[in-house]
Design a binder for this molecule. Structure first.
Ligand SMILES: Nc1ncnc2c1ncn2[C@@H]1O[C@H](COP(=O)(O)OP(=O)(O)OP(=O)(O)O)[C@@H](O)[C@H]1O
Ligand SMILES: [Mg+2]
Length: 342
């Protein structure tokens, strides 16, 4: 398993959106086993993936990352304990062969109150205990490293304390989501500083995976062009990771907001249905390809555009019915084209 910190100290930079989009596409279209580690007490990515009800039911059943971290302070936890804390956004059902029904995504989420208590508790620990505690989350994720290909770690805004440091130290890579506007580029050295602080006195360093231009206004505006130039310069100075290509940038889309709204998704939702805004769909697909290439993981893309196939099937059926034949598609294997009349 390779773990990726989706990290920016600035709020509203698209961290949770990037986490959810990557989780949906990497699991569904690229067949990766994805674990989302939601280190934000606001739980935006957990709610978007699981929905409120499933999340609350999970907490009630004791499935909580904050509880797990708390327990690991005083006892050695085995892989079964970590597995028990994982909640699952199940694969959407009714999938026919070749359809891009949403694949399963695993989620580790923190309870709000616990998160703050834990952050305070860790902050008050004597400095001599720091090396042992800062690697707690990495240790827990290592227990289930065989279960997943990629872990995506979502972070809270404006927090650089102990809980954020646990997440940064658990990560192998840093993906930097950034809004390319005046506010978004104001403190480009801030996230790097937090990372250096988490890794001080440590040999292994986190590696830059990429800078993602997220929630971008029109790419032709002068504000965008100036911000873009500043980001290029910051990446050349190695303050931020190198940019993903322009194909992978996420412009402002209404579809993006909808994709994060858990109330709109049910048991039969497909990837196409959830991300029906085509430019958004293509941008996330391009982003996944670049992420997989930089992680040196195989692409394994499921290429079937089911919505097109479905449309084609329907038109064929209508044609046969109009031509006076029977609708034989019901007799054929699910999802396959109707056979010609004899
Ligand atoms: N491409 C997009 N187009 C339009 N709206 C978007 C897009 N990406 C994200 N948003 C919206 O922008 C807001 C901020 O995004 P998001 O919550 O992902 O940022 P964040 O960095 O996780 O914020 P926080 O720091 O509060 O955790 C959200 O309301 C989200 O729905
Ligand atoms: Mg967020």
């Amino acid at each position: 398993m390779q773990s990726v910190a989706i990290f920016n100290t600035r709020g509203g930079s698209g961290k949770s959106a990037a986490t959810v989009f990557l989780a949906d596409f990497l699991s569904t279209m690229f067949q990766k086993r994805v674990l989302v580690v939601d280190l934000d007490p606001q739980q935006s990515s957990s709610v978007a993936l699981l929905g409120d009800e499933r999340l609350m039911a999970g907490f009630k059943a004791g499935q909580s990352l904050s509880k797990l971290i708390e327990r690991s302070l005083s006892e050695e936890l085995d892989e079964a304990s970590v597995r028990e804390a994982v909640m699952v956004r199940p694969r959407t059902s009714r999938g026919r062969k070749g359809t891009l029904y949403l694949a399963e995504v695993a989620v580790l989420a923190c309870e709000r109150e616990d998160w703050h208590d834990l952050d305070d508790y860790l902050r008050d620990r004597p400095a001599s205990r720091r090396p042992a505690t800062v690697t707690l989350l990495r240790g827990l994720l290592e227990r289930v490293a065989e279960d997943y290909d990629i872990a995506l770690i979502d972070f809270p805004a404006h927090e650089t304390g102990p809980m954020t440091q646990l997440g940064l130290r658990a990560a192998d890579w840093w993906l930097f989501p950034c809004v390319p506007d005046r506010a978004g580029i104001r403190d480009l050295e801030g996230p790097g500083k937090a990372i250096r602080e988490a890794y001080k006195d440590h040999k292994r360093q986190i590696r830059g995976l990429g800078t993602l231009l997220s929630i971008c206004q029109s790419a032709s505006s002068s504000e965008y062009r100036q911000a873009y130039q500043t980001l290029i310069e910051a990446s050349e100075r190695q303050h931020i990771p190198r940019l993903f290509s322009n194909k992978a940038r996420l412009l402002i889309w209404t579809g993006a907001r909808n994709a994060l709204d858990d109330t709109l998704w049910g048991e039969q939702t497909t990837l196409h249905h959830k991300y029906k805004d085509k430019p958004l769909y293509e941008a996330i697909r391009a982003l996944c390809k670049e992420v997989l290439e930089r992680l040196d993981l195989p692409e394994d893309e499921v290429r079937i555009q089911f919505s097109l196939l479905e449309g084609f099937n329907r038109r064929m059926r209508e044609f046969f019915i109009r031509a006076g034949g029977r609708d034989r598609s019901a007799q054929t294997a699910a999802g396959s084209l109707p056979t010609a009349r004899t």
